[in-house]
Design a binder for this molecule. Structure first.
Ligand SMILES: NC(=O)c1ccc[n+]([C@@H]2O[C@H](COP(=O)([O-])OP(=O)(O)OC[C@H]3O[C@@H](n4cnc5c(N)ncnc54)[C@H](OP(=O)(O)O)[C@@H]3O)[C@@H](O)[C@H]2O)c1
Length: 214
């Protein structure tokens, strides 16, 4: 598969790009928003497209042309307010879904957030506008004809991955290394058990492969 990674310069994104680069099965193309990021990826041998999520759907579609899957792991970041969160985490994600549809790209993996699916669990620690953005981006994806996987991680950590996770709809809290989230995305790309599924995920006792195949 040729995988188009949106948010490739981010922390999960970089882990995922490294895994895709090292893979015999996949190739990778990245979408980044700064010229210096394009140059850094190209220097590392990775195809890179300069497109901003605040730009047009047609620019995103043009950049993703020829790819077989899109991974959305972008986000406006915790330092931004509601306006950027809506523009990136909600509308930016929606634009990439439209771009996938325009290009006939069927496979789509979304990095969402734990509890984005359950409004009754919002309110503690995380701004409601962030959960609203994630919730509705996920809904738009579910209502599309794309073959989706929605990964809803708990708190993200910069520790090395352990490869051990707990994956379910009803996990109440927890955290997970970004490297493990990247591996879950990587392993989900062609794993049919993950097609048209969404799940919360935190560190736990199961191997990633066992958890995805349950
Ligand atoms: N923090 C948590 O505990 C937590 C928990 C659950 C889920 N999540 C979600 O996990 C995802 C990935 O997390 P992460 O830590 O890897 O994020 P990150 O390091 O902040 O990376 C986000 C990426 O999005 C890119 N981006 C932002 N605005 C953009 C725009 N206008 N156009 C194109 N790209 C843009 C950023 O580009 P630049 O590199 O140019 O800034 C960055 O590379 C996010 O969706 C986040 O909401 C986070």
């Amino acid at each position: 598969m040729k995988v188009f990674v949106v948010g490739a310069n981010g922390q999960i994104g970089k882990h995922l790009v490294d895994m895709l680069k090292a893979s015999d099965e996949h190739t990778v193309s990245v979408m980044v928003r700064k010229q210096e990021q394009v140059e850094a990826f190209e220097k590392a041998g990775v195809e890179a497209k300069l497109v901003d999520l605040e730009g047009s759907v047609s620019d995103i579609a043009k950049a993703a042309k020829g790819c077989d899957a899109i991974v959305f792991t972008a986000g406006s970041g915790g330092h931004t307010g509601a306006d950027k969160t809506m523009l990136i985490d909600l509308d930016g994600a929606a634009k990439t879904i439209e771009a996938a549809e325009e290009n006939g790209i069927k496979r789509y993996i979304m990095v969402s957030a734990i509890h984005a699916d359950s409004r009754e669990k919002w309110g503690e620690g995380t701004p409601s506008y962030y959960m609203v953005a994630k919730h509705h981006a996920d809904r738009i994806l579910k209502q599309s004809d794309l073959t989706y996987t929605i990964v809803r991680p708990g708190g993200l950590l910069n520790e090395p991955g352990t490869g051990k996770i707990s994956l379910a709809d009803n996990i109440s809290s927890g955290s997970i290394p970004r490297e493990d989230v990247a591996k879950i995305i990587f392993d989900s790309l062609t794993n049919e058990h993950t097609y048209n599924r969404s799940f919360n995920v935190v560190s736990g006792a199961d191997s990633i492969s066992d958890a995805l195949n349950k």
